[in-house]
Design a protein around this ligand. Structure first.
Ligand SMILES: [Cu+2]
Length: 449
């Protein structure tokens, strides 16, 4: 199995952004003296003007003057220190999404992580676990301020390397999805839509193509870093072999024509490059693809405008990649009913909105089966911090071996997951749709003393 570093990078951002953990650098004008010793990683939160296309600039907030933030790599089990400098006036939080790390460094105020104060700094030290495609992003509440939290450019990928990771490949390509210029629209309740769509901070056609050669195997590490939108992606004429979901290897790495990711989800997929040409890897929805959510995949020796093609209907299903093992019986079960309030402006879990939602109390070393009962017309990408759960049933269909930290609960459906309560400490559970989270779709999981 060949494992190589990111050899060719899609949008050219990597050459300026790769932050090897061996790299030690201090920002030129630190507002405060960092603690003793160099950090492995330095992140500076500051306003940035992002050129998503010729004559289209977005003013946002990013990490280290770029969007996405630097691609970070860490080694499973090897502690890292991160110095975060906040050059904005507002408190910020950097959440390390998908990690089993203590509440004090996880990056959630509700769990007790101290914020990075406005015009201040904070050091995070943690031991990366588990291995795989993870990401980091702002965990600030936005409310109705669409210039905060995951609406901004504060997101990046962190890959935790270890031996025995899935997929043999020749080239690795990060793909981060995001949208810009959000605004509120009334659709029964209140919702958010966007004007521009990007992959790796560029609209389709504005960035460098991903350069490939025929017969290469390319591993795409995909993060849906959208604040609110689900995305479906295809690469016409090619199949994706899904090797990991949310960074965790799947039991059966099946080939599929379409990938689907709710906000916060990741998919690792290997594509065998066997149809020379110049193609669009992009969003199925025409309006969003032509609005920018695409990137050119260019075979060596081929040229011209990137091509799209009709994509046959496909039903995405986590169970496609599941195994045949029986799932152990849980120690206890609980149901979380998801419903909007009558005015459609708030979300409830079992009838309450955060901070009134009662904590979900667990005992250490027990396995809990949570049933998400979605009594609403929206799909919800629900996320549990600091833990990995197993998806065991989606809309009545059992499955096993699908380990995730975000699961999409489709409209009017039920999804069951098994949560192993093995990382004591306050733990946040919430919808990863930023506006749903901000409007009450959040609860704490607490370990009984
Ligand atoms: Cu939601």
């Amino acid at each position: 199995m060949h494992r190589r570093r990111f050899l060719t990078l899609s949008a050219g951002w990597i050459s300026t952004t790769a932050v090897a953990l061996a790299q030690h650098e201090h920002p030129p004008s630190a507002p405060a003296t960092p603690p003793a010793g160099d950090a492995d990683i330095t992140l500076r939160i500051a306003p940035v003007t992002l050129d998503i296309a010729p004559k289209r600039s977005i003013k946002t907030i990013g990490y280290n003057g770029q969007v996405p933030g630097p691609l970070l790599r860490a080694r499973l089990g090897k502690p890292v220190t991160v110095d975060v400098f906040n050059d904005t006036k507002d408190d910020e939080l950097v959440h390390w999404h998908g990690f089993h790390i203590p509440s004090e460094v996880d990056g959630s105020m509700e769990e007790g992580t101290p914020p990075v104060p406005g015009n201040g700094r904070r050091r995070y030290t943690f031991t990366p676990d588990p291995a795989g495609t993870r990401w980091y992003h702002s965990h600030a509440m936005a409310g109705t301020n669409l210039k905060r939290g995951t609406y901004t450019g504060q997101f990046g990928m962190i890959v935790v390397d270890a031996d025995g990771q899935p997929g043999a490949y020749d080239q690795e390509v990060p793909i981060l999805l995001h949208e810009w210029e959000p605004r509120f629209v009334e659709q029964g309740g209140m919702d958010v839509d966007f004007k521009y769509f990007t992959i790796n901070g560029k609209m389709l056609g504005a960035g460098e193509p991903v350069r490939v050669r025929a017969s290469q195997r390319v591993l795409f590490r995909i993060v849906n870093a959208s604040a609110t939108l689900h995305h479906r992606l295809a690469l016409p004429g090619h199949l994706f072999q899904v090797v990991a979901l949310d960074g965790n290897p799947v039991p059966v790495p099946k080939h599929v024509p379409v990938l689907e990711l709710g906000p916060g989800e990741r998919v690792d997929a290997v594509v065998e490059m066997n149809r020379p040409g110049v193609w669009i890897l992009g969003e199925l929805k025409t309006e969003w693809r032509t609005g920018g959510m695409g990137i050119a995949i260019e075979y060596a020796g081929q040229q011209g405008a990137p091509q799209w093609d009709r994509i046959a209907p496909f039903a995405w299903d986590y169970g496609l990649f599941g195994g045949a093992d029986a799932v152990p019986e849980p120690d206890e079960r609980l149901t979380l009913v998801i419903r909007p309030t009558g005015d459609g402006h708030h979300w409830t879990i079992n009838g309450k909105s955060f901070p009134q939602t009662p904590p979900i109390v667990v005992r250490a070393n027990k396995r809990y089966r949570w049933t998400f009962d979605n009594q609403s017309a929206d799909g919800h990408p629900v996320h549990l911090h600091r833990h990995t759960f197993e998806v065991v049933r989606v809309d009545g269909t059992p499955m096993s071996g699908i380990m995730k930290d975000v699961v999409v609960v489709p409209a009017w459906k039920q999804v069951e997951v098994d949560v192993p309560a093995i990382h004591p400490g306050p733990t946040l559970f919430h919808c990863h749709q930023q506006f749903h989270m901000d409007m009450g779709f959040m609860a704490m999981m607490q370990y009984a003393p």
